[in-house]
Design a protein around this ligand. Structure first.
Ligand SMILES: Cc1cc2nc3c(=O)[nH]c(=O)nc-3n(C[C@H](O)[C@H](O)[C@H](O)COP(=O)(O)O)c2cc1C
Ligand SMILES: *[C@@H]1O[C@H](CO)[C@@H](O)[C@H](O)[C@H]1NC(C)=O
Ligand SMILES: *[C@@H]1O[C@H](CO)[C@@H](O)[C@H](O)[C@H]1NC(C)=O
Ligand SMILES: *[C@@H]1O[C@H](CO)[C@@H](O)[C@H](O)[C@H]1NC(C)=O
Ligand SMILES: *[C@@H]1O[C@H](CO)[C@@H](O)[C@H](O)[C@H]1NC(C)=O
Length: 459
C-alpha cells in the first residue's frame, strides 16, 4: 500500500465505536456531517470468521454474511472504505489476524477493543480483560500488524494511575501500532464518573504515536467543545461516542441540525442500504430520546417496517421508490445470473409449450401486504366466487430452482422465471394466471428490460 493512501490518525475527529449504533447508515451519516474516521461497532472475532464475503451488486455494498444463518454481520461500501476502521473483539492473536486478513481489502484500518467492561467481554478474556495481560495484548497487536498492510490500533481505558497507564501504553506502542485511543475512565467507572483528561494528557506527552482522546461526551455539546477537549487532553485527535449517538450533526463545523432533520438524513442511508429494521429503529429511538412523551414517538413505537418509519419522517415515497428500484435490480441480477445459463441446460421442450400462457414474472413476497393479496389466495378466492374448479399446480425443479404451471379452467399458466422455492414458483404462476384473467390491472406493472418482458405484480 502507498503511504499516501494509508489512513493517518493525526488531527482527526472520529466517530467512536458503538455496539448496534455504528452500522453502515450511522457511519455514512457521520462522514456526511464531517467525521473524518468512523469506527464500526465491535465485531467478535469468531463471529466474523464464520462469515463469507459477498459483493451485493444491487446495493453496491460488500457484505460479510454468517454462514450459519445468512445474516449480514458486517456491511460496508466503497464510499466509506478510505475512512472506516473495523473494531475486533478478541482474546487470541491468531483469530484476530485471520479476521484482519478477511477484511483488509475492504477497510482502512483495524482496531482491537481493549476497553469494553461488559461481563460478556471480561469473561471471554476480551475487551478490558486485556488491560490485565499486557503480554497477551501486545501479542495480539504484533500478530495482526504482521498479518496485514493496513494500520492497526487499539482502544483502551486508563489503568489505576498515571504511571501504570503510561507504562502500559508504551508497551503497546512498541508493537508498531499506528495510534491508540484512550477512554479516560477505569474499567469499573461509569459515565457519571469524571473523565481523567490529565491521564490522557500524560500519555499523549509520553508517546510518539497519535493518542486519540475519548470520554468527553458529557462536556461536548457543540462543535467548538472539541477544541476544549483537545486542549484538556493534549491530543490533536479525538473520538466521540454518546454525543454523536444522540445527535450525529455534532460533527458539523457550521452547527448542529435539529433531530428530525438528522433522522431524515439517517433514514435515507438506512433505506439505501436496506439496513435491518430492528437496528434502524433502535438507532432512531436513541436519537429521539423519550419516545413516550410525544404523539410521533408513540406512533414510532408501533412501526413494524422501514416503510412505516419512513412515512413518519416524510420519506414514505422515497422508501417505496428505492425499494421498488432495488427489487427491479435484484430481479434483473438474478434473472441474468441464473435463468439464461440454466435454461440452456434444460430440455428445451419444456419451454416451447404452445398451450401454456407464459410470462416472465418474479414473485416478491414483500409487495403483498395482506394475506388475501397473495396471488395463490387471490386466485383461489376468484375460482370460488366464479364457481370454477380449483387451480392445480405442477412444479418442475432444476438444481435448486423451481418453475410452476397452474392449470385453471382448462388452461395452463406459467411464469418462465425460475424461483428459489416451490412456494414462490407457485405464486409466480398464479400471478400470470391472474394477469390473463384480468384480475390484476391498475396495480400491475410491466417493464421491459433488455427487450425481454419482465413482470412484477403489484407495486
Ligand atoms: C451505545 C454504546 C456502545 C458502545 N460500544 C462500544 C464498542 O463496541 N467498542 C468500544 O470500544 N467502545 C464502545 N463504547 C464506548 C465508547 O466508544 C466510548 O469509549 C465511551 O462512550 C466514552 O466516550 P463518549 O464520552 O464520547 O461517549 C460504547 C458506548 C456506547 C454509549
Ligand atoms: C443484496 O441485498 C438485498 C437487500 O438486503 C438482498 O435482498 C439481496 O438478496 C442481496 N443480493 C445479494 C446478491 O446478496
Ligand atoms: C458482572 O459480573 C459481576 C461479577 O461476576 C456481577 O457482580 C455483576 O452483577 C455482573 N453484571 C451484570 C450486568 O451482569
Ligand atoms: C512514576 O514514574 C516515575 C518515573 O518512571 C517515578 O519517578 C515516579 O516515582 C512514579 N510515580 C509513582 C506514583 O509511582
Ligand atoms: C441536537 O441538536 C439540536 C440543535 O442544536 C438540538 O436542538 C437538539 O436538542 C440536539 N439533540 C440532542 C439530543 O443533543
Amino acid at each position: 500500500m502507498e503511504d499516501k493512501e494509508r489512513l493517518c490518525y493525526r488531527n482527526k475527529i472520529i466517530l467512536a465505536p458503538m455496539v448496534k449504533i455504528n452500522t453502515l447508515p450511522m457511519r455514512l451519516l457521520a462522514l456526511d456531517y464531517g467525521a473524518e474516521i468512523v469506527y464500526t461497532e465491535e465485531l467478535i472475532d469468531y463471529k466474523l470468521l464464520n462469515c463469507h464475503r459477498k459483493v451485493n451488486e444491487t446495493l453496491n455494498s460488500i457484505d460479510f454474511i454468517d454462514k450459519s444463518d445468512g445474516t449480514v454481520v458486517f456491511r460496508t461500501c466503497p464510499q466509506e472504505k478510505p475512512y472506516v476502521v473495523l473494531q475486533i473483539g478478541t482474546n487470541d492473536p491468531n483469530r484476530a489476524a485471520m479476521v484482519a486478513k478477511l477484511v483488509q481489502h475492504d477497510v482502512a484500518g483495524i482496531d482491537i477493543n481493549m476497553g469494553c467492561p461488559k461481563n460478556f467481554s471480561l469473561k471471554g478474556g476480551m475487551g478490558a480483560a486485556l488491560l490485565k495481560f499486557p503480554d497477551k495484548a501486545c501479542a495480539i497487536l504484533s500478530t495482526v500488524i504482521s498479518a496485514v498492510k493496513i494500520p492497526v490500533t487499539c482502544k483502551i481505558r486508563i489503568l489505576h494511575n498515571v504511571n501504570e497507564t503510561v507504562n502500559f501504553c508504551k508497551k503497546l506502542e512498541a508493537t508498531g501500532i499506528a495510534a491508540i485511543s484512550i477512554h479516560g475512565r477505569r474499567v469499573y467507572e461509569r459515565p457519571y464518573h469524571e473523565n481523567k483528561n490529565d491521564v490522557i494528557k500524560a500519555v499523549s506527552e509520553a508517546l510518539e504515536i497519535p493518542v486519540i482522546a475519548n470520554g468527553g461526551s458529557k462536556d461536548i455539546k457543540i462543535f467548538e467543545d472539541f477544541e476544549k477537549f483537545k486542549i484538556a487532553t493534549g491530543c490533536n485527535s479525538l473520538m466521540i461516542a454518546r454525543s454523536a449517538e444522540k445527535n450525529c450533526s455534532i460533527f458539523k463545523k457550521d452547527g448542529k441540525l435539529e433531530i428530525p432533520r438528522v433522522i431524515q438524513d439517517y433514514l435515507r442511508h438506512a433505506i439505501n442500504y436496506d439496513n435491518f429494521f430492528a437496528n434502524t429503529k433502535y438507532c432512531i429511538q436513541n436519537m429521539m430520546g423519550n419516545v413516550h412523551e410525544t404523539q410521533q414517538g408513540r406512533a414510532f413505537l408501533e412501526t413494524t417496517t422501514l416503510y412505516e418509519i419512513s412515512e413518519l419522517w416524510e420519506l414514505g415515497d422515497y422508501c417505496r421508490e428505492t425499494q421498488k428500484k432495488m427489487n427491479m435490480l435484484r430481479f434483473e441480477e438474478r434473472d441474468l445470473a441464473c435463468n439464461d445459463q440454466k435454461r440452456l441446460k434444460l430440455n428445451p421442450i419444456i419451454e416451447v409449450q404452445d398451450d401454456v400462457n407464459s410470462l416472465k414474472c418474479m414473485y416478491i413476497r414483500s409487495l403483498y401486504l395482506l394475506p388475501e393479496d397473495l396471488p395463490k389466495t387471490k386466485l383461489l378466492n376468484w375460482a370460488k366466487l366464479h364457481r370454477k374448479p380449483l387451480p392445480k399446480y405442477h412444479t418442475e425443479q432444476f438444481e435448486k430452482l423451481f418453475k410452476s404451471t397452474v392449470t385453471f379452467d382448462n388452461k395452463k399458466y406459467s411464469s418462465s422465471f425460475w424461483e428459489k422455492s416451490k412456494r414462490c414458483a407457485e405464486q409466480g404462476s398464479a400471478i400470470v394466471c391472474l394477469h390473463f384473467l384480468k384480475v390484476y390491472d391498475v396495480n400491475y406493472l410491466k417493464i421491459n428490460v433488455h427487450s425481454r418482458v419482465l413482470t412484477i405484480a403489484r407495486i
